[in-house]
Design a protein around this ligand. Structure first.
Ligand SMILES: Nc1ncnc2c1ncn2[C@@H]1O[C@H](COP(=O)(O)OP(=O)(O)OP(=O)(O)O)[C@@H](O)[C@H]1O
Length: 246
């Protein structure tokens, strides 16, 4: 469970986040949508302790089924604890990558700092075989020399590589070819189903977001203006109306 309480962040006169209360239950796939500057990335940065809130907290409760030894029993404030890192994976942008490593070296590095064995890491990455299509793994190419799409794939795979119970992805469909976008949707849905993982995705691709999310949160000026359950694309009309050109 992720809980947000009285979370505010401003940059000068710009309100980037202003959320009084928001709970995300274990196992949800939450699509975060909103126009440019609505506050999607800021919300993720606050959830990952990459930005300091002006007020408020993001707390996260370790899911009971997470295999990694995690001392915390109850909710932990992400700004005051390291425990949540044991069960959270994320890819927001290229700053998450290490350019002078190959993807395989980068994944080995992640395995090491996460206490995963090489075999476990290999197994975790197997689910990405179709998504990767042999362009990222085993290529001996440095991350800095990969195409934008393949860097994006490496970052997304890294977010899932440690088998997290919570995964946060900012604009994951960016740079991906249409087939890879569809394969990513399939991997995300399978991962959520198999692990009961909570997945948060921000995207401007409304069709993909509506397809895979169980809930859609619409942001405007850092505030939640709609929070809609999405069963079988039921949120589509409201979301599409909001973004219509008229
Ligand atoms: N480090 C920063 N310094 C100043 N302003 C910032 C900073 N980070 C975000 N902002 C501002 O906060 C607001 C929200 O930005 P944010 O990047 O969270 O929006 P977004 O919904 O992710 O936008 P986009 O869809 O364009 O990626 C914007 O007005 C942005 O200019």
């Amino acid at each position: 469970m992720i809980s947000i309480a009285n979370l505010k962040k401003s940059y000068g006169r710009t309100t980037a986040c202003d959320i009084e209360s928001l709970d995300i239950a274990d196992g949800e796939i939450v699509g975060i949508v909103g126009n440019n500057g609505a506050g999607k990335t800021t919300l993720f940065r606050l959830m990952l302790d990459l930005a300091k809130p002006d007020t408020g907290h993001v707390t996260t409760t370790p899911p009971p089924h997470h295999p990694t030894a995690c001392a915390a029993q109850g909710p932990v404030d992400v700004a005051g604890s390291e425990e949540w890192k044991l069960f959270t994976g994320a890819y927001l942008n290229e700053s998450f990558l290490i350019d002078y490593l190959t993807p395989d070296e980068y994944f080995a590095f992640l395995a090491k700092i996460s206490g995963l064995g090489t075999d476990e890491m290999k197994r975790n990455l197997e689910r990405f075989e179709a998504f990767d299509a042999g362009e990222v793994l085993g290529q001996h190419k440095l991350i800095r020399d990969l195409s934008a799409g393949n860097r994006q794939k490496a970052g997304i795979m890294a977010a899932f590589a440690t088998s997290p119970s919570v995964a946060i992805l900012d604009e994951p469909f960016n740079y991906l070819d249409p087939q890879s976008q569809n394969r990513l949707k399939r991997v995300v849905e399978e991962y959520n189903r198999e692990k009961g993982a909570t997945i948060l995705i921000s995207s401007h691709n409304l069709a993909h977001t509506i397809n895979i999310s169980t809930r859609i949160i619409l942001l405007e000026h850092g505030r939640v203006i709609s929070d809609i359950p999405n069963n079988g694309d039921s949120a589509a009309r409201e979301i599409e109306n909001y973004f219509s050109a008229d």
